[in-house]
Design a protein around this ligand. Structure first.
Ligand SMILES: Cc1cc2nc3c(=O)[nH]c(=O)nc-3n(C[C@H](O)[C@H](O)[C@H](O)COP(=O)(O)O)c2cc1C
Length: 344
């Protein structure tokens, strides 16, 4: 059983925090499909304490998305402490600290934050201790193996984090230097699970419902976290759940369901952000939401041009008409490879 604070779940599958992806509408959709916990994208502690509106908006939570964690990052104790207090007021179920982000602007600026701090395990521990001291909420940590393969610190670090009271640890089983390349090495997740008794959340390269089951079996972890495999694909949670509960994978959604899922997020985003911004920003979900559908380059082209909801609807309807009329749509095959998937 996975236990963090008030949360108690049997082998849950969690939605990974993803910048510009795990916004409220998508988080709520994943919860409806059975994600055990969802997380905000990482939020800069410095921006939160300076009351930057964009950062404050990222920390707003919807009543129907619990359990939800707010993820923060930073490298100054005072900033993290104040950001924790501000985050707590938003009513999350937990605070997660990001020590895993590999992007240069985060990891390499000054002393670094995100995975940059993996070169300074003492600082990771003392920053985490400060956050724990600042809130009665459970504090969890999400990190990587270490800076590079020559400096893997995770087993020792996990023990130290357990000692200071971290409620759970998420391990993306890559080093910072790997960024998103190579394979996540799940053996490390198994090693960390052996080394500590707090819940360990396995993460990295889980893209199918079968992968979820394999990750649990291979590592003995307490929860599995899915990132890229959930973008445009909230069905991964319900499908994995069916397998974990001993049932049969209901299979992938139909094209119609995928399009409906896309429109569902669009409509919720319109309510939050207004139509022009929501329609424009939804384009980032296009590639992964519609990947592999026949003749999809045509629809994607149309959706890239549409600027309002009615235009999106017209584009979708004519695509579906063509799809139904011809079974095989008359549009050109999709020239884009899977590699256009969002990644950072
Ligand atoms: C577009 C994108 C944005 C991400 N943003 C964050 C983030 O804000 N915080 C974080 O801890 N990890 C972030 N990650 C890393 C994911 O949470 C996850 O650890 C990583 O993608 C590996 O899991 P996966 O193989 O299931 O995608 C991001 C990943 C992607 C692809």
């Amino acid at each position: 059983m996975f236990r963090v604070g008030q949360i108690e779940l049997d082998r849950p599958v969690l939605l990974a925090p993803m910048e510009a992806i795990t916004e409220r509408p998508f988080r709520r959709q994943c919860r409806r499909h059975g994600a055990g916990i969802v997380y905000t994208e990482f939020i800069s502690a410095e921006a939160l304490i300076r009351r930057v509106v964009n950062a404050q908006e990222k920390a707003l939570l919807a009543p129907d998305e619990h359990p939800v964690g707010i993820q923060i990052y930073g490298n100054r104790h005072e900033a993290l402490v104040e950001a924790t207090e501000l985050s707590e007021r938003m009513g999350p179920d937990l605070i997660d600290i990001n020590f895993g982000c590999p992007v240069k602007k985060v990891a390499c600026k000054g002393i670094g934050a995100g995975s940059g701090l993996l070169r300074e395990p003492d600082l990771v521990v003392s920053l985490t201790e400060a956050v724990i001291g600042a809130t009665p909420l459970p504090v969890t940590v999400k990190t990587r193996l270490g800076w590079d393969h020559q400096s893997i610190v995770i087993v020792d670090l996990a023990r130290r984090l357990e000692d200071i009271g971290v409620a759970a640890l998420t391990l993306h089983a890559r080093t910072r230097c790997q960024m998103f390349k190579g394979n996540a090495d799940w053996d490390w997740i198994a090693q960390v699970k052996q080394a500590v008794s707090i819940p360990v959340i396995g993460n990295g390269d889980v893209t199918t419902p079968d992968d979820v089951v394999r990750m649990f079996a291979h590592t003995g972890c307490d929860a599995v976290m899915v990132g890229r495999g959930a973008i445009g694909n909230p069905w991964i949670f319900s499908r994995a759940r069916a397998l974990l509960d001993g049932g049969v994978d209901p299979g992938p959604p139909s094209f119609e369901q995928r399009i409906a899922g896309y429109l569902e997020i669009l409509d919720e985003s319109i309510v939050e952000k207004g139509e022009p911004r929501a329609v424009k920003e939804m384009r980032k979900h296009l590639a992964s939401s519609l990947r592999g559908m026949p003749g999809i380059a045509w629809l994607r082209g149309r959706l890239m041009e549409e600027t309002d909801r009615a235009g999106v609807q017209r584009a979708v309807e004519s695509y579906l008409e063509k799809l139904h009329a011809h079974r095989r749509p008359p549009m050109a095959p999709d020239p884009d490879p899977v590699s256009e998937m969002v990644s950072s």
